[in-house]
Design a protein around this ligand. Structure first.
Ligand SMILES: Cc1ncc(COP(=O)(O)O)c(C=O)c1O
Length: 418
């Protein structure tokens, strides 16, 4: 039956609404502990900023033109962009960027910019690049070539050189990934740049650094993400390493490149240089708060601790007989997909017999120990169940879920290289 358009909605009692919101909040908090497969830091307390969520903050248009009125945070956005531009070593007099809705928008912006530079450009990205790339290419109507990766998820440089050579007649738009979604592999950006220079092909080199861009740039001595001589654009996610409570991201490039895209002033008093029109102004203050309260050193220490925990997780899993590995720079620990008893409780990311957990800031040693203990139980429940004094856990786990499984059962479909 069609809905009656004159019917009013039932109005819910305010106390009932608050109770429902409290239930939602508890459910989100309860799930946080076992949500280890996805890269979201949970250690930064953003609650002092909660009162700001009572107002609309709209950073419409270019970060360097302020809209009329006070309900925006462009000053904070510019400070945040300056911080990221310094981090990625963008030239002081030739830098530009804006705060996006997330990694996808950053990739979309960068590809649109690259297309403006090279309308006949051919896009190259690896087989392990994020799924947003094919979507952006489809939206922009750009041709692309998928480049092979090695078994640990890094782009195959010989394959890239080969396909570049086959298409020498077209400019190259190469997307390098710093932090692939399954293994957190980081393509070697300077090596790709050298390859492009040696091939003497006009090019735009974009870095999708959604997850690992910031931690890699924070690590001392890493020059791979320089926005002057190496990369032409970089995009990162704000809610991953910096754990903002709303999705957001940053895209950066050089101003001289950005100016190749059309930009028009309009009735909002701002210049329309971004993909979306209205943009939330909250992420600018959230990122500003994280940067100001922790500083580069605090952020670097968080990354170091996350890597130490990931190394610990690899050791613990290997000791438990479940072969695990990680890239040296990575927070991500890769291993054969555990038995159903484990995946029923722990939210892991799994694909083709492989799973990962990510030791983002906020994950503790205790969480890793509990995960490994659950895995050991699931692989060989009997002796450990006698040792563990946790009746609730024993009784709630159905027998079928703890059927002994060995890594060998799954390894045939889950290579654990090196
Ligand atoms: C490498 C990479 N690129 C892009 C994205 C897309 O980011 P978002 O979901 O913020 O649009 C992600 C998200 O997981 C990612 O890992």
């Amino acid at each position: 039956m069609p809905a009656d358009p004159s019917r009013d909605d039932p109005v819910t009692d305010p106390e009932e609404l608050l109770a429902e919101l409290a239930t939602l909040r508890s459910a989100v908090a309860a799930g946080r502990q076992t949500h280890v497969g996805f890269p979201v830091a949970t250690d930064i307390d953003y609650s002092p900023l909660a009162p700001l969520f009572g107002s609309l903050l709209n950073n419409i248009g270019d970060p360097w033109t302020d809209p009329a009125g006070a309900n925006h945070t462009k000053r904070y956005e510019r400070e945040v962009l300056g911080w990221f531009a310094d981090l990625f070593q963008a030239p002081v007099d030739d830098r530009w960027g804006y705060l996006t809705s997330g990694g996808t928008e950053g990739n979309l912006y960068a590809l649109r910019l690259a297309r403006a530079r090279f309308p006949k450009g051919l896009v190259y990205h690896s087989a392990d690049a994020h799924y947003s790339l094919p979507k952006c290419l489809d939206l922009l109507g750009m041709d692309s070539v998928v480049v092979r990766t090695d078994e640990r998820g890094e782009i195959d440089y010989d394959d890239l050189a080969g396909v570049l050579d086959q298409h020498r007649d077209r400019p190259a738009i190469v997307v390098a990934t710093c932090g692939t979604t399954m293994t957190e592999a980081a393509d070697d950006v300077p090596r790709i740049r050298r390859l492009l220079t040696r091939a003497a092909i006009r090019h735009h080199l974009h870095v999708d650094g959604a997850l690992a861009g910031v931690p890699l740039a924070l690590a001392d001595g890493r020059t791979s993400l320089r926005l002057n001589s190496t990369a032409d654009s970089v995009s990162i996610s704000g809610y991953k390493f910096l754990g903002t409570p709303v999705p957001c991201g940053v895209v950066l490039t050089r101003r001289t490149l950005q100016q190749q895209l059309g930009q028009a002033a309009n009735y909002t008093a701002t210049v329309d240089t971004t993909i979306s029109g209205s943009r939330s102004g909250h992420p600018a203050v959230l990122l500003w708060y994280a940067i100001r309260s922790l500083g580069r050193r605090g952020l670097r220490e968080r990354a170091d601790r996350a890597r130490e925990l990931a190394a610990y997780a690899v050791d613990r899993l290997n000791e438990a007989g479940w072969p695990a590995w990680r890239h040296d720079h990575a927070f991500t620990v890769v291993f054969p997909t555990p038995p159903a008893a484990v995946t029923a409780k722990w939210v892991l990311a799994s694909s083709a017999g492989r799973s990962h957990l990510i030791c983002m800031p906020g994950v503790s040693k205790e969480v890793i120990d509990e995960f490994v203990a659950d895995l050991a139980d699931a692989v060989d429940p009997r002796p450990r169940q006698r040792k563990r004094r946790a009746p609730a856990r024993r009784t709630t786990r159905p027998t079928a879920e703890v059927a002994p499984t060995t890594p060998a059962d799954v390894l045939h479909s889950a290579p654990c290289p090196r």
